[in-house]
Design a protein around this ligand. Structure first.
Ligand SMILES: [Ca+2]
Length: 144
């Protein structure tokens, strides 16, 4: 998932985590999109840095994204339930758009690297599930 990133949504506030922002996960192989589905519950865990948990409503926990050096929450977790994911034609890229925020993000956060942790709910088209706590840090900084 080396080129994975977080992204500010169209007409949204740069450096604030909010509805319409996106999480883009690039896998290094085609994934089982039927197993993983297209609906995701996203939770930004209150802490410094912010850890973002990505759960599929059909296959369970697929990844955590650590926003290295950045603290998006302001004293409580923020949930984005029922967020919609769109798969690329080759089933290697999943773009999730955040919806239904129940909290308030900090603002003015600058881009930084992400560290990605794969979980068992991420299944390849080859039938192999993600390896618990396999991690990789991105090269390119990004922000919500
Ligand atoms: Ca934003």
């Amino acid at each position: 998932m080396a080129t994975s990133r977080i992204e500010n949504g169209d007409s949204n506030v740069v450096g604030k985590m909010e509805n319409g922002d996106r999480i883009i996960l690039n896998f290094n192989k085609a994934m089982d999109t039927t197993h993983m589905g297209t609906e995701f519950n996203i939770q930004a865990l209150d802490g410094d840095p912010t850890m973002v948990a990505i759960d599929s409503t059909s296959s369970g926990q697929i990844a955590w994204v650590r926003t290295d050096g950045k603290h998006y929450t302001t004293g409580a977790n923020i949930n984005f339930t029922g967020s919609t994911g769109v798969w690329s034609d080759n089933n290697k890229t999943l773009t999730i758009t955040l919806t239904n925020s129940d909290g308030t993000s900090a603002t003015g956060l600058t881009a930084d690297t992400l560290t990605l942790f794969m979980f068992g709910g991420a299944r390849g088209a080859d039938g192999i599930d993600g390896i618990w706590y396999e991690s990789i840090t991105t090269d390119s900084p990004s922000s919500f």
